[in-house]
Design a protein around this ligand. Sequence first.
Ligand SMILES: *[C@@H]1O[C@H](CO)[C@@H](O)[C@H](O)[C@H]1NC(C)=O
Ligand SMILES: *[C@@H]1O[C@H](CO)[C@@H](O)[C@H](O)[C@H]1NC(C)=O
Ligand SMILES: *[C@@H]1O[C@H](CO)[C@@H](O)[C@H](O)[C@H]1NC(C)=O
Ligand SMILES: *[C@@H]1O[C@H](CO)[C@@H](O)[C@H](O)[C@H]1NC(C)=O
Length: 494
Amino acid sequence: MYTLLLLSSLLLLLPLSSSEVPKPTSVLQYPQILDHYSYSPEASQTFSQRLYEYNKYWDCSPNGTVGPLFVYTGNEGPIDSFYYNTGFMFEIAPDFGALILFIEHRYYGESLPFGSDSFTPEGLRYLSSTQATADFAEVINHYKKTKGITQVVSFGGSYGGMLTAWMRLRYPQLVDVALAASAPLPMMARSAKPKQAFFEIVTIDYKEADARCPDIVRKGFAQLYSAVKEPGFEDVITETFKLCKKFDMSQFNHLVGWARNAMLMMAMVDYPYPASFMGKLPAWPVKHSCKMMLDELERSGSEMSAMAAGAGLLYNGTDGTKSCFNIYDDFIECADITGCGTGPEAKAWDFQCCTEFQLATPSNNVTDMFPPLEWDLDIASKYCQATYKVSPDPVDASLNYWSADFSAASNIIFSNGLLDPWHAGGVLEDVNPTVKAIIIADGAHHLDLRGANKDDPDSVKFARTQEVVLIRHWLNQKEKKNSAKNGSEDLIHF
Ligand SMILES: *[C@@H]1O[C@H](CO)[C@@H](O)[C@H](O)[C@H]1NC(C)=O
Ligand SMILES: *[C@@H]1O[C@H](CO)[C@@H](O)[C@H](O)[C@H]1NC(C)=O
Ligand SMILES: *[C@@H]1O[C@H](CO)[C@@H](O)[C@H](O)[C@H]1NC(C)=O
Ligand SMILES: *[C@@H]1O[C@H](CO)[C@@H](O)[C@H](O)[C@H]1NC(C)=O
């Protein structure tokens, strides 16, 4: 469980209990085409892609009604982590008589084209979101053909949400409706300039928890920057941040990144009930972390200690067993400034950030409470060339992601939680009557996709209701259009 949780930030995290989601009725291996875009001899090679299927709600009556396929387009992690954290699909599937299918993304979990050799610069060459969506299309097409399914709804959160929206954009003949939760597509497309910067939202979350907290964080970092100019700072920093390894200046940027990342992650997963990350996080972790800062400031009078205590919550949890922090285990720097996690998944995600995705804007200590840490395309390019012999291509990303102009699209729901820093990069307003934005005021990262919980705020309950109404309406519209073909269209308005 521990390693499962050390994933990149664009991921779901495990709730303390995931018992409400039933085990898959089958785990399948699909012989997937390795390269969808070449006619070379290698193009006919296949690899095993893992699928999780759940069929107990599926209506495949002998009298002709075949229920829809609900497909989850897997993101950057093993498919079980998404399967057990997307309770929403299981809660609504019975009403639709839907067949549930989770497809693992190539290069993650067990869907590795070249086994452990998949992660060399050479082995990684078939990893892209374009290949991944083509994989999903193959599988969906197979299901439609072999099972007589005519309706498909795709779901995804975060990077999985981007993929899901992209399925509707690229394969409208296969996917009728897409629910893209917390999918920062405009940010990826690098076209629209976000109204707020990524770390600005983290700062606002802390401010909303308690107006004093951003100031503590800002002063805490300022003290850290001055502390390292004093003689004997090594011991002071080691003690204040409870570091396992004695501090020296070579660790300075990493320590700042470690602390910043903790607050960013807690803002992302600011859920109304306890969940587990590197340790157990309490309900509303931002509030809790802010409270820890206030308590520590009261005790020690030092903002630096207070900031360290508030950051430590992520890595140690509320009932942690760590006696000290190993900041190089907790946080690994990579091409995604919000972290890539650790292990093979981290390599694959790092590579994708080096090729397709240039993520979150850096902090600046002006619109946010964090010190400016440099990060731009030049730095990324140097890192990516040195690591994988590739360079980020923002132009290509923009073209592939419709330059974030979705006006020609249809039947997509973009949902975003305002607590989630990623909402800065999301679609926040209706684009047209069938590309709808749903805003969840008290929602963190794709809270709407998680199963219902007694502590859910009303805003997420309402969002889920709207989502069901839209999915049902658009599926009905499709049936009507198929039978009438007279071009009339009922639109739904909220
Ligand atoms: C036939 O389809 C209807 C819905 O159209 C359903 O209510 C009914 O249970 C089905 N009958 C059988 C025998 O599956
Ligand atoms: C981790 O949490 C435990 C339990 O609250 C605490 O005793 C310990 O000091 C914490 N470790 C660090 C490094 O903060
Ligand atoms: C951040 O800005 C404040 C002024 O608003 C300044 O006092 C502080 O030193 C800055 N912090 C860092 C780490 O540069
Ligand atoms: C189009 O089809 C709908 C439903 O099938 C029907 O109610 C409507 O009258 C039709 N409109 C025209 C102009 O034929």
